[in-house]
Ligand binder design. Structure first.
Ligand code: GLN
Length: 534
């Protein structure tokens, strides 16, 4: 079968959940035996979100090949259980960067370089690149932003051209909102009509409309939308609010979105999608037998999207343990030595979040100290592991003022220090230690217990490292390096002896956690929290 292209645009408002919709559709197609991949096109000028503050754009997600990407790619991987790569996230910045580089090389042979055709050609090239090798039956492309935004125009134009070029091999799904007006007690379709009009003004007729709604849409509303927007009424699909994003594929299956899509391509639907594993995951998260409460200490607690992969990894790991994981977000700037015990009331474990810069570090150190001294299960991720090392150096090894050189360049005890290859770097974009690296796991450690494997691969995103000058001090006093990079000798994981469960990892286990393959270290952490409760 030749590769089919599915474009998903959004209308009316942002945050309707295009990422979840596209992941759900891709999941259903995958469960019918097709090979699928999902791509996101982001209309901002940053080359990638790696340099963006989480307040701007939520978490920065990292792929195996070290791309710093939009958090929607996390959803794609969690739903499909398949890795994405650099090619799966393209921004306007990256498009312009390659066009301008070509122009500087003289590739355009004296032509005037313009949005049409040069920018749109580059967009189309990036879309078709994924389908080119014939690896995928379906390439699903999510267009970031909302139709009508000035910055998404070149993308809509590229889709218009592609639809024309690809004929029956491309369709457009438009996701919009049908708001409910409390005062009149009515569902309103006008915003949807307007947003389809906006698409039509740009020459794109959507093939399928997915309507986000808080209430069931009856036949007459669907018919009305179909009539005004030139689609058949089978192609108007409702997407009703559900308690968990993992239920959306099931809802889309009930609405036969996958069947409608296949029919648009002239493909016979065949057997029903195989969703047994997914359904059993769903039933476990809906019917937990126990509950734990975990404190997540970070500085972006007002913005849960900043820790998206972590909170999802907890859901996956909770399901394995048939346990509901309640997350209590603790603002690291609010924690100090005097009030720390109060924050731990009712907690079964604590996670110290990744992060950059010195804001909130003190609170993280205090929370780590409390967890270490009071034998509370502890997981430190990236900066969280570095904090565990700093806290141990200061309070156990008596290295007064021990620090990471990220926070204090002049510290007497730089227990966390810049990697050698990072020292000359002045360009901040895409220059961290990024992507998946091997880690050799010490047998008999908690890390080994969790992974049951001597070599694991996990993703990284950091510039600083455990300073191995102090390796023996830590080892001899109970904070033991148990995960080592086999090529560089860098410390990837430490754990505390004589503590029920205290593990720090320099890598980000949350990025590779999926519904079907939950992160082993999260699973083990939840288990430890359950045991701590007993
Ligand atoms: N700021 C730390 C570093 O760059 C940790 C980064 C992180 O937590 N992702 O090494």
């Amino acid at each position: 079968m030749s590769t089919k292209y599915i474009f998903v645009t959004g209308g009316v408002t942002s945050s309707l959940g295009k990422g979840i919709l596209i992941s759900s559709l891709a999941k259903l197609l995958q469960a019918r035996g097709y090979s699928v991949t999902i791509q996101k096109l982001d209309p901002y000028i940053n080359v990638d979100p790696g340099t963006l503050n989480p307040y701007e754009h939520g978490e920065c997600y990292v792929t195996d090949d070290g791309a710093e990407t939009d958090l929607d790619l996390g959803h794609y991987e969690r739903f499909l259980n398949a890795p994405t790569s650099q090619a799966n996230n393209v921004t306007t910045g990256r498009i312009y960067q390659s066009v301008i580089n070509k122009e500087r090389r003289g590739d355009y042979l004296g032509k005037t370089v313009q949005i049409i055709p040069h920018i749109t050609d580059e967009i189309k090239r990036r879309i078709k690149l994924l389908g080119r090798k014939g690896n995928f039956d379906f390439v699903l492309t999510e267009i970031g932003g909302t139709v009508g935004d000035m910055e998404s125009l070149p993308y809509i134009e590229a889709i218009r051209q592609l639809k024309w070029e690809l004929g029956k091999s491309a369709i457009v799904i438009h996701l919009t909102l049908v708001p409910f007006l409390n005062a009149s007690g009515e569902l309103k379709t006008k915003p949807t009509q307007h947003s389809v009009k906006a698409l039509l003004e740009n020459g794109v007729q959507p093939d399928i409309l997915v309507l986000r709604t808080e209430h069931d849409l009856n036949e007459s509303i669907r018919k009305k939308v179909a009539l005004f927007c030139n689609v058949d009424s089978n192609s108007v699909v409702q997407s009703i609010d559900v308690p968990t994003i993992y239920e959306v594929p099931i809802k889309m299956k009930e609405e036969k979105l996958d069947v409608t899509v296949l029919k648009k391509f002239g493909i016979k639907p065949g057997e029903e999608p195989k969703m047994e594993a997914w359904n059993s995951f769903l039933s476990r998260i809906k019917n937990p037998k126990k509950e734990v409460c975990i404190g997540l200490v970070g500085k972006y607690v007002e913005l849960p999207d900043a820790y998206k992969s972590i909170s999802e990894a907890f859901i996956h790991a909770g399901a394995v343990n048939e346990c509901k994981v309640k997350l209590k977000l603790i603002h690291s700037e609010e924690v100090n030595a005097d009030n720390v015990s109060g924050f731990f009331e009712g907690l079964d474990g604590v996670l110290i979040a990744p992060g950059f810069g010195h804001r909130g570090i003190k609170g993280k150190v205090e929370a780590t100290r409390f967890a270490r001294e009071n034998k509370v299960p502890f997981l430190g991720i990236c900066l969280g592991m570095q904090i565990a090392v700093i806290e141990f150096a200061r309070n156990v090894l008596q290295m007064t003022g021990a620090d990471s050189t990220e926070m204090n360049e002049l510290t007497k005890f730089p227990v966390i220090d810049l990697m050698e290859e990072q020292k000359g770097i002045t360009n901040m974009g895409g220059t961290m230690r990024l992507g998946a690296f091997a880690c050799k796991v010490k047998k008999g450690s908690k890390l080994f217990d969790a992974y049951q494997n001597e070599v694991i691969y996990e993703r990284h995103r950091h510039r600083y490292e455990f300073n191995d000058k102090y390796l023996d001090d830590f080892k001899n006093n109970g904070l033991e390096p148990v995960g080592i990079n086999p090529e560089t000798g860098l410390v990837e994981s430490v754990e505390l002896k004589g503590h029920p469960w205290f593990v720090g990892v320099q890598y980000h286990p949350e990025y590779s956690s999926t519904v079907i393959n939950p992160s082993p270290i999260f699973v083990a952490f939840i288990k430890a929290c359950i045991n701590n409760k007993k």
